[in-house]
Design a protein around this ligand. Structure first.
Ligand code: F6P
Length: 343
């Protein structure tokens, strides 16, 4: 292909490594002789035409920066009147030959649906939640886990000094990847994940036994997507454009209930956005860069309607339609590690 105009957008929650992808796309585009346009605020930037030109100067040194210089939103063109047609028209107006859509399941599902409608699109998976199917791992996850582990290490020492149970709430809407990896890597005593319903009596009995046998402090890691019977997420009424409620608050409820049932002072810490922000780990910088290069190779080869991904540390690609409506939950190995090491 000759010279192309490439648009890049980020949708959904931000994560460490987004800027590394933008940098990779701009660098490869310049090598290929393509022009790059940054689409701001996710799909909203194609509903309203909100773009910025990007050249190597704009991406210099952003590999180490958290967040995204393009900004992001949870905009779903399919929930706007004439949204898909507006996006397709605006892509023409801007003169984009292809859009590189960097996002999680929601953003990529929009890409998957716009592709058969005529949008030339390549998807790049990202999320701290690590819950996208058809890829072994997403960038953002490793950075989030590292920050969570460091935080739990700190929470552990203060918990021990005060003989407390410390409940640590972490992000992860549908899947417990952050809770599981950070909990296992920090030696947490109990890890509660959305994949397994919480039985309060079981959790309380576990803590009673642990403390009766000599433990003076405990760490309980809980994924924000866990449900407690009888507890409704406080902001469940606030849905985003993809129909997801704003989560958060399970840690506080759990701490209250456990203190009442176990009789040991219990405190809750919500790590939430703290672990989503900040600089990417070296692993995430590399993964994001590799995926950016793979995406640009797809663009050059005219392969659209695909998502670049990683399988067994080999970069590859799958049809975007393969990920529609699916979720990567914790695997049996991780679930069994949780069982073996939570004592
Ligand atoms: O991007 C996924 C995620 O990190 C979820 O784990 C969490 O529920 C959600 O984002 C929170 O997003 P927001 O910052 O938009 O409330």
């Amino acid at each position: 292909m000759g010279s192309l105009k490439v648009g890049i957008l980020n949708g959904g929650g931000d994560c460490a490594g987004l800027n590394a992808v933008t940098r990779g796309v701009v660098r490869k585009s310049e090598q290929f002789g393509y022009e790059v346009v940054g689409i701001r605020h996710g799909w909203a930037g194609l509903l309203d035409i909100d773009t910025i030109p990007l050249s190597w100067k704009d991406v210099s040194h952003i590999i180490s920066q958290g967040g995204t210089i393009l900004h992001t939103t949870r905009t779903n063109p399919f929930s706007h009147k004439d949204g898909p047609a507006t996006v397709l028209n605006n892509v023409k107006k801007i003169g984009l030959d292809v859009v590189v859509a960097v996002g999680g399941e929601d953003t990529l599902s929009v890409a998957a649906k716009l592709s058969p409608m005529g949008l030339k699109v390549v998807g790049v998976p990202k999320t701290i939640d690590n819950d996208i199917v058809a890829t072994d791992v997403t960038f953002g996850f490793d950075s989030a886990v590292n920050v969570t582990v460091e935080a739990i290490d700190r929470i552990q020492t203060t918990g021990e000094s005060h003989d407390r149970v410390m409940v640590v709430e972490v992000m992860g809407r549908h899947a417990g990847w952050i809770a599981a990896h950070a909990g296992l890597a920090s030696g947490a005593n109990l890890i509660l994940v959305p994949e397994k319903p919480i039985d309060l009596n079981e959790v309380a009995d576990f803590l009673k036994r642990r403390h009766a046998s000599g433990a003076t402090a405990s760490i309980v890691v809980v994924g924000e997507g866990c449900e407690l019977t009888g507890h409704l997420s406080e902001s469940a009424s606030k849905l985003d454009e993809f129909g997801h409620p704003r989560l958060g608050g399970i840690g506080e409820v759990l701490a209250r209930e456990l203190e009442r049932r176990v009789g040991i002072e219990t405190r809750a810490v919500v790590l939430g956005h703290v672990v989503r922000g900040g600089p990417p780990s070296a692993y995430d910088r590399m993964l994001a860069t590799r995926l950016a290069v793979a995406a640009m190779n797809c663009v050059r080869n005219g392969e659209f309607g695909v998502m670049v991904c990683v399988h067994g540390n080999v970069i590859s690609k799958v049809p975007l339609l393969d990920i529609l409506g699916k979720m990567k939950n914790l695997d049996t190995e991780t679930l069994s590690l949780i069982k073996d090491f939570c004592v």
